[in-house]
Design a protein around this ligand. Structure first.
Ligand SMILES: Cc1ncc(COP(=O)(O)O)c(C=O)c1O
Length: 409
């Protein structure tokens, strides 16, 4: 039976967490700060848990430099829950900003940038919800695709000329890092495939899914976003908690909006305002995932050099692995999935092993050396090495050695 030290876990999520954090969490699970009770046995409204959630919020705000006019929420329902919540809350915000009588209300469009599996899923959910709540008065017209790289199988990002944003859209949506396909918007604006913040029409709300790249490096133009969200289970903590960063003017009363007609009220646990008014404690929150996330944040700040330290290490990890794979590709042994170098994800490195039966052989050899969960997503196959914050440079070095050995040095 292997120990934690003998295993290198490249899971795409849920993903590895720092061992020291898990050790502390294990103690807290049994006896939190000498209360004689475990963290999961304490009321979410008690002073102990209040300190945990407020500490997590303050640390996250400091780590990511989140401006004061944004609210941080901890909630449930995952990234998938936000596919729906984003649409419903932002349509209500749009309706309240356009309080004309229902008969005069012009349904807005919503724009999606589709660059991989997860933004496709978000778009499909918007399509599903586009069935009008009141047939005579739809709350929005069909979601639009503002740019898509589906025709090239998500192996690149759109270039600037390919974007076509609508100036009257209720929002524009994109996914910063596509976990399944291994494609990520580069942070430098001069890169042709960087997200075109300058093309976002004035006053249109910008929404980003940061689930698989959250706190791996600074968020470019955080203040140009209306909403940023992320499931915790990659870089932050265990599955079960979703973090939202929402500009305060978008915390709207959706019941009020629905009274104007043409938009539905939002199910109560998905209404951002309700969550915000109650400090993320409207109903029972996922206390254990929030507790572990709070410990991870402290660990990243005190042990990993904060966001600058994480960026430096994550860059070094990604560069080393991609260089090794580029070399292996030049020998014809592997093929990187994402062809455009600047669009390659720092977090999810996707490739295939060339040759009949070779992938199976690669995975078997990997397993013997302690490399786990390298199989690509079931929808696309191939190999995926997810190298989130808790995956060390040492693990990457060992994986690179194995790739070189497999491909013949
Ligand atoms: C980028 C991205 N968005 C959304 C999701 C969906 O998250 P959840 O499974 O928490 O609903 C995932 C899941 O892996 C993801 O990677």
């Amino acid at each position: 039976m292997p120990t934690r030290e003998q295993v290198h876990n490249f899971a795409a999520g849920p993903s590895p967490l720092p061992t020291t954090v898990l050790e502390e969490a294990a103690l807290g699970l049994l006896n939190y700060e000498e209360t004689g009770m475990g963290i999961c046995e304490l009321s979410h409204r008690g002073k102990e848990f209040k300190a945990v959630i407020e500490g997590a919020e303050a640390d996250l705000r400091a780590l990511l430099s989140i401006p004061e006019n944004y609210t941080i929420l901890f909630t449930q329902g995952g990234g998938t829950g936000q596919f729906s919540a984003v649409l419903l809350n932002l349509l209500s915000a749009h309706r309240l900003a356009n309080p004309v009588p229902a008969e005069e209300f012009k349904p807005p469009v919503v724009d999606y940038v589709v660059t991989g599996s997860w933004s496709s899923k978000a778009y499909s959910e918007a399509q599903r919800l586009s069935l009008p709540p009141f047939p005579s008065c739809p709350s929005f017209s069909e979601p639009r695709i503002a740019a898509s790289t589906k025709s090239t199988n998500w192996t690149r990002l759109p270039s600037k000329e390919e974007y076509n944003f609508n100036k009257d859209a209720a929002y524009i949506y994109y996914c910063e890092n596509e976990t399944i396909n291994g494609i990520e918007f580069p942070p430098k604006p001069e890169d042709d495939s960087a997200f075109p913040f300058d093309l976002v029409p004035e006053g249109v709300n910008l929404v980003a899914d940061y689930s698989s790249s959250f706190i791996s490096r600074p968020i470019p133009n955080i203040e140009k976003h209306a909403v940023i969200y992320a499931g915790a289970q990659k870089n932050l903590g265990p599955s079960g908690v979703t973090v939202l960063i929402i500009r305060n003017d978008l915390l709207v009363d959706t019941t009020q909006a629905s009274k104007l007609g043409c938009v539905p009220p939002v199910p109560i646990t998905y209404e951002w305002k309700i969550l915000a008014d109650n400090g993320s404690l409207y109903n029972t929150p996922p206390t254990f995932p929030i507790y572990v996330s709070a410990l991870v944040l402290k660990h990243l700040i005190s042990e990993k050099g904060g966001l600058q330290g994480l960026e430096k290490t994550n860059k070094a990890k990604a560069e080393l692995l991609y260089q090794t794979l580029d070399d292996a590709e030049s020998k014809g042994k592997v093929k990187l999935v994402v062809r455009e170098k600047s669009a390659r994800s720092w977090m999810n490195v996707t490739f295939t092993i060339e040759g009949e039966g070779q992938e199976k052989k690669f995975l078997e050899g990997a397993e013997k050396r302690g490399f786990r969960q390298l199989k690509g997503h079931r929808s696309v196959g191939g190999i995926r090495a997810s190298i989130y914050n808790a995956v060390t440079l040492d693990s990457i070095n060992l994986l690179c050695e194995y790739i070189k050995e497999f491909c013949g040095k």
